[in-house]
Design a protein around this ligand. Sequence first.
Ligand SMILES: C[S@@+](CC[C@H](N)C(=O)[O-])C[C@H]1O[C@@H](n2cnc3c(N)ncnc32)[C@H](O)[C@@H]1O
Length: 419
Amino acid sequence: MAEQVTITRLGAKADGIAETASGPLFVPFALPGETVTIEREGARAHLVSVDVPSPERAVPFCPYFGECGGCATQHMRHDFYRAWKQGTLAHTLHQARLDVPLEPMIDAHGEGRRRLTLHVRFPDREMHVGYMAARSHHVVDIDHCPIAVPALQRQAPLVARAIGRQLGAGRKPLDVQVTAVETGLDVDVRGHGPLNAKDRQRMIALAADLDLARLSIHGEVLVERRPPALTIARSSVVLPAGSFLQATRLGEESLASIVLDACKSGKRVADLFSGCGPFALRLAERIAVHAVETDKAAVAALERAARATPNLRAVTTEVRDLFRRPLLTPELNTFDAVVMDPPRAGAEAQAQQLVASKVPLVVSVSCDAGTFARDTAILQSGGFKLERVYPVDQFSFSPHVEIVGILRRDVVKKLSRNT
Ligand SMILES: C[S@@+](CC[C@H](N)C(=O)[O-])C[C@H]1O[C@@H](n2cnc3c(N)ncnc32)[C@H](O)[C@@H]1O
């Protein structure tokens, strides 16, 4: 049954929230101050119409917005969106008792996302190619994605569709990850078992038809027509199939420039959770770096790139699971700064080792405010002071934000207090 409600605030995931007799009601795509007609679906509601719009309302630039679950905020004006995202992060950090003023959010969308993962599904014998609808396993068909870099906007759905036609006979769900690299498109297909000889040949022919740089299945390369390379500082990194990559080029550059600035007076830095080296290869222009990462292929790519770049400072690498085997205190004591950029789960075990070490500076890069706050609290218990927090917005139009925290401590004082 339709009813009218007034939106009073925005939630952390960008839903409008109306206070009702039965408690808060979450209304996607509604803005504070708006009067909207909705239909209830439990604690959530479907937006039927906006009856009194907010002046902060914008016209979404993507025709799939509202149905496709990929974006959540295209209906907000840019300044309003920025203030909401910055305010949400400030609130999360305040609740975790991290009351450091946030630096202004850095807009790092740049040219757009350089990697898209398209879902290919066959729910009704027909093939559907696109993104999941919000809170659903239903795939919304798309033929372009305007938040991607130009090379991917139309081409990524086209490539995923062609692969679905080729491999879709078993109607198994497929995920097609398409990355724009400097030599073309790098495509990795997930969800399909090992290919028989005939399918292999067909896929190799398809890669040629689509002029892909590389095509792989579950990270196993079927054909590499051109090495999928990316430039990092003066180095060229050949990206391993399926390895981590920051969402946008400007995002990577923005994070790296904060890391570089924080470490500028260091002599030997540890780059933990290094991936294939966007921080290490830039740091090594001036500082010796030890890069540690669990993904063997990423470490090998970083090492190859470093070896091929003349006049870098020393770059050493290590394949290591830092959750199970964090760098221990004696190892840490050889560094004057530690950069860590863990996945969402954070770096709890590593933070505990850092507390016991003599390291004076930690640059903590994170894609999850919750684990960032937990790890920061651990570091603070060891005398580190959170000096600055930089929000970097490379996931524009979504509630996600990247954070960089700079934590310093006076090691001499700390050590003399302990003795
Ligand atoms: C957020 S990414 C950052 C990578 C890199 N710093 C960058 O900017 O591209 C996190 C990295 O941690 C790695 N990783 C995940 N779990 C790990 C673990 N237990 N030990 C070490 N590295 C891990 C992933 O392979 C990934 O490369």
